[in-house]
Write a protein that binds this ligand. Sequence first.
Ligand SMILES: [Zn+2]
Length: 98
Amino acid sequence: MEIPKVKLIPHPETDEAKEIVGYKWNQIAGTRYHLGGKPEGLNEADYPVCESCSNKMTFYAQIDSIGDKFDLADCMVIHNFVCFDCFTVKAQLTQINS
Ligand SMILES: [Zn+2]
């Protein structure tokens, strides 16, 4: 199953939040948020299998590193998967080469 891609845009509401969003030397990292679609840097053949019922999991969301202050291991993203049979969820870090 593939969920249609929905782009997400960070919307920091306080000065403190605005300070942590984005990178000084990288204009792409910190903007790669979306629901559904395909996870960047990961092939469908490598999607995880549900730990509870062994079904192939559905890609649900990609969450980017927030910015310089809360970077995930050199601009990695978090890929979130869900099993639509038993609603087990799984998250994993992925390095995107772009
Ligand atoms: Zn399951």
